[in-house]
Design a protein around this ligand. Structure first.
Ligand SMILES: Nc1ncnc2c1ncn2[C@@H]1O[C@H](COP(=O)(O)OP(=O)(O)OP(=O)(O)O)[C@@H](O)[C@H]1O
Ligand SMILES: [Mg+2]
Length: 459
């Protein structure tokens, strides 16, 4: 029997499972504990009913007829008031758990479901949810998410370069390998500048097809070209008063470079298909992992644009050159992950930490961050050990030398190739597999091995 008591309204649970006996079992257990429970048998039905039910928590089966659980989770993440989500999976694969927690699921339960664990997890979810609501406002206001972690001399000098560049209005060009933290540095420059209260807008020049980038940057008027059914305000205008990051600027087509140069010199633009001249006040930062001197020598990058953009050049060092920062970064990512997921962070044994410290990290901080999250999810013990770490970071042995073993170099090449191809295809694995003439399963295997998450390759 459901007790009528105050506070019931915030203990509403929606169960989504296609098996009737599971729905019945879950509802029985949860109602005995005075939770309000509604059950539906598909994501489609849930989508229809969720507005009326307005649950605080959703128990979501991964495998459903029609729309699957992960897709529905993504859909829910777009709601203004997202309920807490616990994933239920018959074949609780790590990948699904990783994916689900990244998408905002609180935890996962493996089927067959153990009633005791169910109640614990649900109770925990409600506690965390209450805490989270309180913390969210505070956390978003503080800038810890954008904090540049590291205390090695090279990080200290990076920080002081950021500090010097920020207050000036100079254009900053940020160099660095994949995943070193270029975007973070750009945000740090913005945050420390007098523009911090205005927008920070990023354009990924590598991810946008050549014929769309101009309308992306400058906007377009309705009817400017086939498909331009509506007026569009470009990223430069969106950044008015603030900062624009031209990310992967080394991948911009020569034609676009010429137009951009003109616009930057004139400080005014015209929307594609428009006749009005619009002046703007935007600080332009750019970032690239390419050697632009070489691109210039090859005729792939305009020298005049280079000098416009690189008034203040900043180079972010690769992680392997500041490995003493790794323990700090591991701690930082473990704590952030724990805040997001509501799980308490696990410690690393000293040999596990050593192996993280000596790994070469071809994907730099991004790869380390993915590895830490993966380890926090995967390991079931109190402490994360060397044997947990090994499969995550691959077989690379500690090497002091630049270059590393044959195998490491091949891996590095593979990693870059894969990342570039994924970027070109906007993170779409099927398209990337086609381009690389391999199958998707192979690609997924490699991505898992390198800790690449296609969702982070956004444009
Ligand atoms: N020093 C740092 N402290 C804390 N987090 C960091 C640091 N450097 C990088 N990160 C984190 O690592 C991830 C990758 O960083 P970022 O996206 O800035 O790198 P990037 O150089 O732009 O990478 P890419 O070449 O893949 O675009 C982000 O999640 C970022 O927050
Ligand atoms: Mg980047």
């Amino acid at each position: 029997m459901k007790g009528v008591q105050t506070g019931m309204a915030d203990r509403q649970i929606l169960v989504i499972d296609d098996e009737q006996n599971i729905r019945r079992m879950l509802a029985g257990i949860l109602e005995d504990e005075d939770y309000g429970v509604e059950t539906v048998s598909s994501a489609e039905e849930a989508a229809e009913r969720i507005e009326q039910i307005d649950p605080d928590l959703v128990l979501l089966d991964v495998q459903l007829p029609g729309m699957d659980g992960i897709s529905y989770l993504k859909q829910m993440a777009g709601r203004s008031r997202m309920p807490g989500v616990i994933i239920m999976s018959g074949h609780a694969t790590i990948d699904m758990a990783v994916q689900a927690t990244r998408l905002g699921a609180f935890d996962f339960l493996e089927k067959p479901i153990d009633p005791e664990r169910l109640l614990l997890t649900v109770r925990h979810a409600f506690e965390i949810r209450a805490l989270r609501n309180e913390n969210r406002v505070l956390r978003e206001a503080s800038s810890s998410v954008w904090e540049l972690v590291g205390s090695t001399p090279s990080m200290e000098s990076l920080r002081s370069e950021v500090g010097r560049a920020a207050p000036s209005h100079g254009r900053v060009l940020i160099f660095g390998e994949n995943g070193t933290g270029k975007e973070l540095v750009a945000r740090a420059v913005h945050m420390a500048s007098d523009r911090s209260r205005k927008p920070f807008i990023r354009v990924n020049c590598a991810a946008i097809p050549k014929d769309l980038i101009e309308s992306e940057l400058f906007g377009h008027e309705k009817g400017a070209f086939t498909g331009a059914t509506q007026q569009r305000i470009g990223k430069i205008e969106q950044a008015e008063g603030g900062t624009l990051l031209l990310d992967e600027v080394g991948d911009m087509a020569l034609e676009t470079q010429a137009k951009l140069l003109r616009v930057l010199e004139a400080r005014e633009l015209e929307r594609v298909g428009g006749r009005k001249t619009i002046s703007f006040d935007v600080r332009v930062l750019s970032a690239t992992n390419k050697d632009l001197q070489k691109e210039i020598a090859d005729g792939a990058f305009r020298e005049d644009l280079y000098y416009r953009l690189a008034v203040i050049p900043i180079t972010v060092p690769p992680l392997r050159d500041r490995s003493d920062d790794i323990p700090l970064l591991v701690k930082h990512f473990s704590e952030r992950f724990s805040e997001e997921s509501g799980r308490s962070p696990r410690e690393f044994s000293s040999d596990a930490m050593d192996s993280l410290r000596t790994h070469q990290w071809p994907g730099n901080v991004r790869e380390l961050k993915n590895a830490v999250e993966r380890l926090q999810i995967m390991s079931r013990g109190e402490v994360i050990t060397l044997s947990d770490v090994r499969p995550v970071i691959g077989t690379s042995r500690p090497t002091g030398q630049v270059g590393g073993s044959f195998r490491e170099r091949v891996e590095r090449f593979e990693f870059d190739l894969l990342l570039d191809a994924l970027r070109r295809n906007g993170g779409n694995v099927a398209e990337t597999a086609r381009e690389l003439e391999t199958d998707r399963a192979n690609l997924h295997r490699k991505m898992k091995r390198f800790g690449i998450n296609p969702r982070e390759l956004d444009g």
